[in-house]
Ligand binder design. Structure first.
Ligand code: WT7
Length: 690
């Protein structure tokens, strides 16, 4: 059976199928892109469509249209990008101020999986699975992916999954994971992908919060040449949760005995029909939930819905990446994060282009991994994280120079601020100064890209490290952090970034906690969406996103809350309390430093304690959450009301001094600061001597 071949473990390397290019429009040298040319003059007289030629050439006009007539604009976008079973008659029923309701195209009906599969040419390539083992890739056509999706959808139904049920997916980036996401979409189940690097505890927490009845996983999975024991982790997590009825297991690396609630995925799927009508779902039916960290409390299950989300990610995928039919789009993010959902999967598939599933890591087997893949697969758009770019540039220019990278046209960056050195290196050594570099700003909550140089900036005007201007329809303002007043446009300034109007792909709520959603994201003063990011605005209203305004840390593009890491550290029996701050890191962007006070009777050596605490963090969250340094202090600086002053800890760790700490008048015990300074400096000295 053909569709079973890519759920089997064998490595099949197929030739690179190249679909002929039928259009020259994604070429930056194409004359149709110049605003002074004939095409543009003609289009000015034409009705305003929202395809990329129109938007690139008439950006200001489109922005004005979206601002003046938002309902018409968004309705047109949603009609152009989505095939609806039942057309919508209402557009936007959102109300940030009243009850934090967000609702788009409310009476429309569609099926997301049908939009991503059935409407495309069966023979064109949907997925290229770039397996962990180097030089091993496999093609999956749209027809094959549709067949497999229907088979998985039948399996889900047979296992008792129905519309609205939650299905946790704990898999690496591979075709069966994509088919499972689309199968959930086909039957209206809500998928919840958990990054397959999270620990059993973190997985259990998510399974329980979501109330998932089914978990889909594999026995084992290679990543960067190492084997990850997925099934063992799932077994442990299932033991800690009370809701899982079945575990569907892809026996990727050989048959092992499945027990109890385990079901053999390959066997079940192989018995199912490859056909399934796509039932109509409502535009506001949940499509998926995805957990992300906030500044306080446990991770939040953000809920995304169907119609508005799909339309927006498909549209922005076209606007930002400027692909042509037949292109190979490689978003090297993992499907465990929103980038993997919105661009690797839904955006690319809704647009019917070929999307690469990158299962490995940028340094495996060597730092030429991305570049060798770009050459072998003929990648046209690469979408990567600054942390990967920084780690690769550190390895020197020889790696990208060994490969033919001439297929590349758009280079995307996402997940964290990109520094000038990384931006310039990406542009010069990867893009050979002839690609468009797009630094795209967005969040799990926003669902899709909000600020990006494409389509907003003419080619010559992209400024390194700037995300430039918002996409049409996205209204950004900066707020003064102290006065909470809106800062004027057209002046160079810094502030907390807000979005004033709802947009279709916005997360609708936090799973089972709408009050938290309203409290976290909607400002009381203005009724705006608060991004949690700080930004710099130029006189031209270009934006550079500078970092978080809250206690969220971004390590290698992985988002973590300080409280989450502190909660994990506090689980060590000898720890009395802890405080976590972030410091700049040359590769990871940010790194964690932990300050820990111990219980009085603790007699364990500090190095041993450090190892044990790191093990607890790995067990409770994941290894990427482990601190760069742990300092054992006798006291933590706090305010008189008992709040730990992390600001002071951060200052001490970055400057090593007790001076210039800003306002310390609220400190309960000023001597605590000196203790911290002494500990940090002593440790620094010791590390130097090592
Ligand atoms: C946070 C969101 C966007 C999908 C992947 C991360 C930071 C994201 C940029 C950028 C500066 C960025 C922000 C944001 N961030 N993109 N281009 N420049 N910072 O999604 O895990 O929800 O994280 O990542 O701080 O709030 P996420």
């Amino acid at each position: 059976m053909k569709s079973r071949s890519f759920i089997r473990s064998s490595f099949i390397s197929s030739p690179n199928i190249k679909v002929p290019k039928n259009c020259c429009c994604s070429s930056i040298t194409c004359k149709r892109f110049s605003s002074s040319n004939q095409h543009s003059r003609n289009s000015r007289a034409n009705p305003l469509t929202l395809d990329r030629h129109s938007v690139y050439n008439r950006y200001e006009e489109v922005v004005k249209y979206a601002r003046d007539e938002p309902d018409k604009f968004w309705a047109q976008m949603a009609r152009e990008k989505v095939t609806w079973h039942k057309p919508f008659s209402v557009v936007n029923e959102s109300d940030f101020k009243k009850d934090g309701r967000v609702r788009w195209f409310g009476d429309g009906q569609l099926n997301v999986s049908e939009n991503c599969l059935d409407r495309h040419d069966r023979d064109s390539v949907a997925l290229i699975w770039e397996k962990d083992e180097p030089r091993q890739h496999q093609h999956v056509t749209y027809g094959e992916l549709l067949d497999l999706t229907c088979q998985v959808a039948h399996t889900l139904l047979q296992l008792g999954v129905s519309k609205g049920d939650r299905v946790v997916i704990y898999l690496p980036t591979c075709p069966i994971a994509i088919a499972t996401m689309l199968a959930c979409a086909r039957i209206g189940a809500i998928h919840c992908v958990v990054f397959a690097g999270f620990s059993a505890s973190a997985l259990a927490q998510r399974i329980n919060d979501a109330g998932a009845k089914l978990v889909v996983t594999a026995d084992r999975s290679p990543r960067g040449g190492k084997m990850i024991e997925l099934k063992k982790i799932v077994d442990e997590a299932v033991k800690m949760s009370g809701c899982v009825e079945k575990v569907l297991v892809w026996q990727r690396l050989g048959k092992k005995d499945l027990k109890g609630i385990d079901v053999d995925l390959e066997k079940e799927v192989g018995n199912q029909s490859k056909e399934m009508e796509a039932p109509s779902m409502n535009a506001e039916d949940p499509l998926f939930m995805l957990y992300t960290s906030g500044s306080t409390g446990k991770p939040k299950g953000l809920v995304h819905t169907s119609g508005g989300y799909l339309a927006y990610v498909a549209w922005t995928h076209e606007m930002v990446f400027n692909w042509t039919k037949g292109d190979v789009f490689a978003c090297v993010a993992d499907i465990g994060w929103i980038t993997g959902h919105s661009y690797l999967a839904y955006g690319a598939l809704a647009n019917g282009i070929t999307t690469v599933l990158f299962e490995s890591t940028p340094l495996y087997p060597d730092p030429g991994r991305y570049w060798e893949m770009v050459e072998r697969l003929g990648v046209n758009q690469l979408y990567a994280a600054p942390t990967a770019i920084r780690s690769l540039l550190k390895k020197g220019d020889s790696y990208p120079h060994q490969y033919d990278l001439s297929s590349l046209r758009t280079l995307g960056s996402v997940g964290e601020p990109i520094n000038t050195e990384a931006w310039l290196w990406y542009n010069e050594h990867v893009g050979h100064n002839r690609c468009t570099v797009v630094d795209t700003w967005w969040q799990t909550e926003t669902g899709g890209i909000m600020i990006s140089p494409r389509p907003s900036a003419p080619e010559a005007e992209i400024i390194p490290t700037m995300a430039m201007r918002p996409l049409p329809g996205v209204e950004v303002v900066l707020i003064d952090p102290l006065t909470k007043e809106e800062l004027p446009k057209g002046v160079a300034t810094d502030g907390d970034m807000c979005i004033t109007r709802p947009w279709p792909s916005m997360a609708r709520t936090i799973w089972k906690d709408h009050n938290r959603y309203v409290d976290t994201y909607l400002t009381k003063e203005h009724g705006y969406y608060l991004t949690g990011d700080e930004a710099h605005q130029t006189e031209e209203n270009y934006y550079r996103i500078t970092g978080r305004m809250d206690d969220v840390i971004n390590i290698s593009g992985h988002r973590l809350g300080t409280s989450e890491v502190e909660d994990a550290i506090d689980q060590h029996p000898q720890v009395s309390e802890s405080a976590v701050v972030s410091i700049p890191h040359s590769i990871k962007g940010e790194a964690i430093v932990a300050f820990v006070t111990l219980k009085d009777n603790c007699s364990i050596e500090e190095t041993q304690l450090e190892t044990e605490i790191n093990a607890v963090i790995k067990k409770e969250i994941a290894s990427f959450a482990q601190p760069e340094n742990i300092h054992f202090v006798s006291n933590l600086p706090r305010t008189r009301s008992g709040k730990i002053m992390r600001r002071i800890l951060k200052k001490v760790i970055t400057t090593g001094a007790s001076e210039d700490l800003g306002d310390i008048s609220t400190l309960a015990d000023p001597s605590a600061v000196q203790t911290v300074v002494d500990t940090v400096n002593k440790k620094k000295k010791n590390d130097l001597h090592k």
